[in-house]
Write a protein that binds this ligand. Structure first.
Ligand code: ADP
Length: 162
């Protein structure tokens, strides 16, 4: 039995869609690890450390959730925390193919690990980190898309890059 669930992703930055998935999972496992997958091939707005802090500050009300940063295969990380459950969120049909490919690849790498796909709440269906960054870039309201701490950080980051 896996007591720990791992929710990997870029979280650049964490959105209310991610927060919702984490809240729902945190009730099912003793511990949930939000894993920032650091990829040198993927350009990001926030550094992994900044993303970690934003997640921690957005989830301070959840006591059994912790945040970690990992560069490399998620399946390798899973072994270090003795977890057999990878959590991913599913929004629209477009997410499905990508998630299916990833889940099958991970199954090849580590057959004992299962991918748990959690449907996005319809309220958050349309929210993506990419969309949120675009809204911030053009000075739109971030209300209802991200937590206040993330909204502040995005606004500051955009000001600095202008
Ligand atoms: P990645 O680059 O690995 O896709 P993301 O940070 O974009 O990382 O997303 C992490 C996970 O959260 C993915 O499984 C993604 O489908 C899911 N996700 C993203 N946005 C939402 C949302 N609004 N509601 C539910 N799940 C979401």
């Amino acid at each position: 039995m896996s007591k720990v669930a791992v929710y990997p992703g870029s979280f650049d930055p964490i959105t209310l869609g991610h927060v919702d998935i984490i809240q729902r999972i945190s009730h099912l496992y003793e511990e949930t690890v939000v894993l920032i997958s650091q990829s040198p091939n993927k350009a990001s707005l926030f550094t992994p450390q900044e993303r970690k802090e934003l997640i921690e500050r957005s989830l301070s009300h959840l006591k059994n959730v912790r945040v970690d940063i990992h560069e490399g295969l998620t399946t390798d990380y899973m072994k270090t925390v003795n977890s057999q459950v990878i959590v991913r969120g599913l929004r629209a049909v477009v997410d499905f193919e990508y998630e299916l490919t990833m889940a099958n690849m991970n199954k090849m790498l580590a057959p004992s690990i299962e991918t748990l796909l959690v449907f996005a709440d319809p309220k958050y269906y349309f929210i993506s980190s990419r969309g949120v960054k675009e809204v911030a870039q053009h000075g739109g309201s971030l209300q209802g898309l991200v937590t206040d701490v993330v909204a502040d950080a995005l606004t500051k980051k955009m000001k600095r890059s202008k």
